[in-house]
Design a protein around this ligand. Structure first.
Ligand code: UFG
Length: 341
């Protein structure tokens, strides 16, 4: 029997790549999205790439009645919850917006799951829950907390809520995936990251400089205690991340209950300068940049231990940093204005 997966936030950056991977692996997908940070164009592109139509409900997770109506209309076997606000800086300025959207959305979703006896959930968390750690690589069993912004705290609180739900409901199976830094795009170049306004994150900023939409990159801090003085992060291809969700679903469908956490990263750290170098190689010209002060809340180094996902989920990253940069650049060139082109 074909299984139906409800993907909230399925038209977002990681969500859209996961929808494709799920369909390729024989799952039926139903998307719930309110397009608050995405475009209906994503659905068109996904349908072209998948070669089939995909059901989508334009619903805000804060609207409990409408969420229930989706569960009433569809026979859902499992849920992947990507929907959530994610801009770190905005969360500092508007904390209530983040707590309201991310927490109430999750609570409404899990309540509907309980009402309709849907017992498998994958939740998108972030390496941000490790706070300001000093020992690398980061393991799932490392302490969490000491997070510097409300966005990160919504991830932390939801992880705790899900732990409690699993403790209270033995037949519930929840996988939390802690993403490191997603990069890249589908190799078709037809879907990718499309941030609103000026990008906050490194890769979209670099590609918008490369294509001439922005003048130069600001490198946030050149005096970190790293080899070249810039911050080190663990970049992982979004298609590999997507595959991690499909593997996590397979794991849940093998009748694994309870609460499990997996890091999804490449296990390797690259500095900001190394990322610039790799983009310069695929773009074929220099990326203008200047070093400015450190950004509040940035930690010097972050990279994952990924042994648990390898051993338990049989997942491994397959695409290296060169492919990540080439795929990001292809998407940027084909769609200089994101989903508006
Ligand atoms: N950076 C720059 N210039 C920029 C943007 C970023 O130098 O214009 C640097 C940052 O200082 C950092 C690195 O590039 O060293 C990566 O920054 P990103 O903003 O791309 O990513 P972060 O590691 O800060 O953030 C990511 C996710 C967040 C998550 C956080 C912690 O985007 O959602 O990891 O896990 F909270």
């Amino acid at each position: 029997m074909i299984k139906t997966i409800l993907v909230t936030g399925g038209t977002g950056y990681i969500g859209s790549h996961t929808v494709l991977d799920l369909i390729k692996n024989g799952y039926r997908v139903v998307i719930l999205d309110d397009f608050s940070n995405s475009s209906p164009k994503v659905l068109e592109q996904l349908e072209k790439l998948a070669g089939e139509s995909i059901s989508l409900y334009n619903v805000d997770l804060k609207d409990a009645k409408q969420v229930e109506a989706v569960f009433a209309a569809e026979e859902i076997d499992a849920v992947i919850n990507f929907a959530g606000y994610k801009a770190v800086g905005e969360s500092v300025e508007q904390p209530l917006k983040y707590y309201e959207n991310n927490l109430i959305g999750l609570i409404n979703l899990v309540k509907a799951m309980q009402e309709f006896a849907v017992k498998k959930l994958i939740f998108s968390s972030s390496a941000t829950v490790y706070g300001q750690p000093e020992i690398m690589p980061l393991k799932e069993s490392d302490p969490i907390g000491n997070v510097t912004n409300p966005y990160g705290r919504t991830k932390l609180i939801i992880e705790e809520i899900l732990t409690d739900i699993c403790a209270a409901n033995e037949d519930f199976g929840v996988v939390t995936l802690r993403y490191f830094n997603p990069l890249g795009a589908d190799e078709s170049g037809e879907i990718g990251e499309d941030p609103n306004g000026i990008p906050n994150n490194l890769a979209p900023y670099i590609t918008q400089v490369a294509i001439g939409k922005l003048e130069k990159l600001s490198v946030f801090g050149g005096d970190y205690p790293t080899e070249d003085g810039t911050c080190i992060r663990d970049y992982v291809h979004v298609a590999d991340l997507a595959a991690g969700h499909t593997k996590a679903l397979d794991y849940l469908f093998q009748d694994n209950q309870g609460y499990e956490i997996f890091n999804l990263g490449s296990g390797v750290g690259y500095s900001v300068y190394q990322i610039i170098d790799n983009f310069e190689k695929v773009v074929g010209r220099p990326i203008p940049y200047q070093v400015v002060g450190r950004r509040a809340g940035d930690i010097p180094v972050s990279y994952a231990a990924i042994d648990k996902a390898k051993a338990v989920l049989n997942w491994s990253p397959t695409k290296d940093i060169g492919i990540m940069c080439a795929d990001t650049w292809r998407w940027q060139q084909k769609h200089p204005n994101g989903f508006q082109d």
